[in-house]
Design a protein around this ligand. Structure first.
Ligand code: FAD
Ligand code: PHB
Length: 400
């Protein structure tokens, strides 16, 4: 017999992953009086310090505020009424407030996660960090369980439902039998080299730039921190990018003829991410429901991933509340269809932004001129700009 200590517990919803999807779901369930346990593989510092998304749709801000976790976001988030698209040395503004009657808010994903972890601790409900060897069982037979190791103990959580909020590389999606779901996928032949720079942003709004040398993006995290990205190879080595080379390339790709350019400053952090589109259909199997990056990922050019993750868990929390309050299963049955509709629209938009703004490796001058013509048309047509604005600020709330 093994002498490892065991711990068994029971909850209503077992949540795998403490990213934005898992933490927000736990909070929305708490507000509906539903019990949950959250199990996260990494430690708290890692989860909080991961630098990722920065753009929140108005719908995401509303969810945070209505859930009582939006105070700091309202104080520190930076509201933007539009973005710039730059090409051929000129910056052109797209006015979201005028075209779509909405704005976006720049607030780092790590700040969202920090606020949600604080809210979780305030509820006193369980959140396990550093859970090892997480495994699922029984979700096809109506007896879901989550098993993991932590503090030298084997833990077992019996639950009514499992929410797979464990991101693209998690265990939940691969736990679904392969004949029960299908993946739709596209890899892109480039990645983004991202930096955080310790310098004030030189523009009040984001700048997406198509340049002969490739795509670049100017963004920010606070009045004193700029976030910038450069198109690179998907497997680009950071060793090839000393700080001076990064700045030279950013200034070459982003600077415009009116003299605008990002401010140069100390680089606090660098990373490279590949890009892919991925959708798992359906987003559930028995009593396991996937949400966020576990079910779908997008190239970051449309700034949609975090927003989609929050939209999924709003729908899931409502479906679970209807189950516990009224024994209704219809919302659980329609969960996947509803989320996938939104996810595919976000995929289409992110794919379109990505293909309009990036140079394909080996892409010829025909492609570049076609992309410039597309941007030129976009900026000359209120209808085309409205379409971009509507998609960027997010689908209307009634579709959530
Ligand atoms: P994640 O944030 O990946 O969280 C999953 C959690 O599960 C993690 O904490 C992970 O440690 C944990 N986990 C994994 N495996 C296990 C396991 N086996 N057991 C337990 N826990 C596990 N989106 C936007 O909306 N706007 C943007 O501007 C934007 N910019 C981006 C820029 C970059 C460079 C990148 C990489 C992404 C960007 N995104 C953006 C996408 C966004 O970051 C993701 O869509 C978002 O993190 C999804 O949240 P999630 O909770 O579904 O998954
Ligand atoms: C960011 O600020 O990190 C960011 C902004 C817009 C994007 C992607 C990332 O499209």
């Amino acid at each position: 017999m093994s002498d490892t200590a065991h711990s068994s517990m029971r909850t209503q919803v077992g949540i795998v992953g403490a990213g934005p999807a898992g933490l927000m779901l736990g909070h929305l369930l708490h507000l509906a009086g539903i019990d949950s346990v959250i199990v996260e593989k990494h430690n708290r510092e890692h989860v909080i310090e991961r630098v990722r998304a920065g753009v929140l749709e108005q719908g995401t801000v509303d969810v945070m505020v209505n859930a009582g976790v939006g105070d700091r976001l309202l104080r520190e988030g930076m509201r933007h009424g539009g973005i710039y698209l730059a090409f051929l040395g000129q910056r052109h503004r797209i006015d979201f407030e005028d075209l779509a009657g909405a704005s976006i808010t720049v607030y780092g994903q790590n700040e969202v996660v920090k606020d949600l972890i604080a809210a979780r601790y305030a509820t006193g409900r369980p959140l396990y960090f550093e859970a090892r060897d997480v495994r699922l069982s029984g979700f096809e037979d109506g007896q879901p369980g989550i098993h993991f190791r932590s503090d030298e103990k084997e833990h077992e959580i019996a639950c009514d439902f499992i929410a797979g909020c464990d991101g693209f590389h998690g265990v939940c999606r691969p736990s679904m039998p392969s004949e029960k779901w299908r993946a739709y996928e596209r890899e892109y032949p480039f990645g983004w080299l991202g930096i955080l720079a310790n310098v004030a942003p030189s523009s009040g709004e984001l700048v997406y730039s198509l340049h002969q040398r490739g795509f670049a993006l100017f963004s920010m995290r606070s009045p004193s921190v700029t976030r910038l990205y450069l198109q690179c190879a998907p497997d680009e080595s950071l060793d090839a990018w000393p700080d001076d080379r990064i700045w030279d390339e950013l200034l070459a790709r982003l600077g415009t003829a009116d003299g605008w350019r990002p401010n140069r400053g100390g680089i606090l952090q660098k990373n490279v991410t590949g890009m892919r589109s991925f959708v798992a259909e359906p987003m559930c199997c028995g009593r396991l429901f996937l949400a966020g990056d576990a079910a779908h990922i997008l190239p970051p050019t449309g700034a949609k991933g975090l927003n989609l993750a929050i939209a999924d868990v709003v729908i899931l929390s409502r479906a679970l509340a209807a189950f516990y309050q009224d024994r209704r299963e219809d919302l659980l049955d329609s969960y996947s269809v509803l989320c996938l509709r939104r996810a595919w629209r976000a995929q289409r938009f992110s794919w379109w932004m990505t293909s309009m703004l990036h140079r394909a490796p080996g892409g010829d001058e025909f492609d570049y001129r076609r992309q410039i013509a597309e941007l030129d048309y976009l900026m000359s047509s209120r209808a085309a700009m409205t379409s971009l604005a509507e998609n960027y600020v997010g689908l209307p709330t009634e579709q959530r």
